[in-house]
Write a protein that binds this ligand. Structure first.
Ligand SMILES: [Fe+2]
Length: 257
């Protein structure tokens, strides 16, 4: 049968919407409650909707009973502090799964490349229903930072780098594209991330805000790109070596037992 998907996301796996141009009080993301949650990079998360309405960020499939990333339960104590963010997440009217604000500490382009990952939003998603994609609404004005998108973690060809000024609104098939943020400066970046179910409501919303399937990549000098790529390779190799060493140690321990 297959999943219901968005035609607009078919070609590139991402769209960039019109920039959000209303003022928001930073208290909406600064005064909500954060939990330490290791994602890609040095991060904390503040959930607005979670599996059971509690302030935690675990995948819905890790709860009992396990379920896919849909039917998130809004957390009143958080949404009361962040009414505009909540309204933005609800605006399409499509089913919302996880909804949270990410706080990301500054990093480097090489860090972003090493952090590239795919999400598993569609784990346990029933066939024939809407594919889960994610919106990224940048809250802080991170003019020099950008989102990195790749079709293959280690292949720089076709990399897209999307600028992250305040108000940037991206919708991405994060299970298809490898993604991570390169965030520069001295202050953390804050971004609202929402899991949305694909379907007619989401399509109408994407059209309303003039979804663009192609944007110009942020310009980065070739030597910086090359150095980042080399560092990604080095770190992946180091990690694999460490895992191999640990595997050998574990085997040794077993044989000694
Ligand atoms: Fe992700």
């Amino acid at each position: 049968m297959g999943y219901i998907t968005s035609e607009l996301l078919e070609e590139t796996g991402y769209v960039v919407l019109d920039s959000y141009d209303q003022p928001i009080d930073p208290k909406e993301w600064l005064d909500i409650e954060y939990v330490d949650w290791k994602s890609s990079g040095d991060t904390r998360f503040a959930p607005l909707a979670s599996a059971k309405g509690e302030i935690e960020c675990n995948g819905f499939w890790n709860h009992k009973p396990p379920r896919t990333d849909k039917d998130g339960v809004w957390i009143d104590s958080q949404t009361e502090i962040a009414p505009t963010l909540t309204a933005r997440a609800k605006e399409p009217g499509s089913n919302v799964g996880r909804c949270r604000v990410i706080e990301l500490q500054p990093n480097t382009y090489a860090d972003a490349l090493y952090n590239l990952h795919q999400d598993d939003n569609n784990r346990l998603n029933p066939d024939g229903t809407g594919w889960v994609v994610r919106s990224f609404f940048n809250l802080t004005d991170d003019k020099d930072s950008f989102f990195v998108l790749r079709h293959n973690r280690t292949d720089p060809s076709g990399e897209t780098r999307i600028a992250l000024p305040a108000g940037a609104q991206l919708v991405i098939d994060t299970q298809r594209l490898w993604h991570a943020a390169a965030h520069f400066g001295d202050e953390p970046r804050y971004c609202l991330i929402t899991s949305w179910e694909s379907g007619p409501e989401l399509d109408a919303y994407l059209e309303k805000y003039h979804a663009r399937k192609h944007v110009d990549s942020v310009e980065v000098p070739q030597d910086v790109l090359d150095a980042g790529q080399a560092e990604q390779s080095r770190r992946i190799a180091a990690r694999e070596a460490a895992l191999r060493a640990r595997g050998q140690q574990e085997k040794l321990a077993m044989s000694e037992a």
